[in-house]
Write a protein that binds this ligand. Sequence first.
Ligand code: UDX
Length: 415
Amino acid sequence: MRISVIGAGYVGLITGVCLAKLGNEVTLIEIDAQKVKALNDRVPPIHEEGLAELMGQVDMDVSSDHQKSRHSEVIFICAGTPSNEDGTVFLGHITAISDQISKVLRSRGDYCVVVVKSTVPPDTTEGIVVPILEKSGKKCGKDFGVCMSPEFLREGKAIYDFMNPARLIVGECDKRSGDTFLRLYESFDAPILRTTLRTAEMIKLASNAFLATKISFMNEIGNICKRLHIDVYDVAEGMGLDDRIGKKFLNAGIGFGGSCLPKDIRMLKTTAREVGYQPRFLDEVTNLNDQQAIRLVRLAKKHINLEGATIGLLGLAFKPGTDDVRDSRAIAVVKALLGEQALVKAYDPLAVENFRKMFPNLDYVSKEEVLNCEAILILTEWEEFNELDYRGKIVIDGRRVARARDARIYEGICW
Ligand code: UDX
């Protein structure tokens, strides 16, 4: 099929590249001229397993010209939806792209489907996107169709997740929209749920809020287990044998970060407040997550006077396998350590350059240098950290790295 993907962020780029790989004629539309050039030179702007290779294989047009979507049968909106300072969501990119599509629709005589893939608060597609598209003079459900299909891919596994989705959620304004969109996924073997636009939007927010909840729940259980000298990882194993609970997302530690979980739970809480509901449970999921990072620093204080001490950090990325530091727990840990007047030295195999943008004055060193600090805090479970020699060291572990137990003094955040 002929498709356009608007917005070459994480979701847009992966969607475009994967749909091109599946044999579709793809145009990726992006306003950032530098990004367009890099993508046309096939330089991936993000670190993602298999992406560079796939970009080299596919024939995909990258441009900043919205008119290029005028022959597309499906047009994806993949704009970022960052949080504003006050926790509300910034929809400016979504509205700007919708405006551009509306201009293209005005001159089109044929039917196409616009698909919102960005994570948005319920009612955004119906209440904001559709009215802007209809400014073209064309009617939703007659001249063009609209779907909302959230993306569930994980960073580091994005291509695999796109190609092997656990489920396809298709919010549709009418059957024809969903039928047209689903032609793209004919070769996929995933359960499909067809639903309303608003329900699809909510499924995405509720899914990520649930994953965040699982983590905060296990962190709370871990904090209790630690006091009782019970291993929370054994508890998780026992719980996970019940398939109503499931084995995944039960790893206790310093909590969740990244571009989705923290932002999506914020979006859901704001939405709840806007409709007059106090989301006390979801508030607590976030509070617990914020406290875990501080708890790690408090544990370090039990063993070492932080003022003037050299503290080494292993890991800055929000999880292994990525250079992404958005909402990484390392941010809160660094702030707390600097607040205690500690001297911070940090190592990460991929994320230093991104972390440096936020903390330009931190001392970024090799992992060997981190090992020579007065105390070591483990913030990301990179595999290579399991190959270090921790003997004789003081280690406070936020991520359960087995080898770190060889340390002279070893303490885990929940164990
Ligand atoms: C997440 C969702 O998994 C994905 O479906 C959605 O589309 C985007 O958000 P991602 O942000 O890539 O994906 O990371 P994920 O692997 O889910 O991990 C999120 C955070 O939770 C990380 O900081 C990770 O360290 C933490 N985590 C995860 C735990 O602390 N314990 C766990 O058991 C699992």
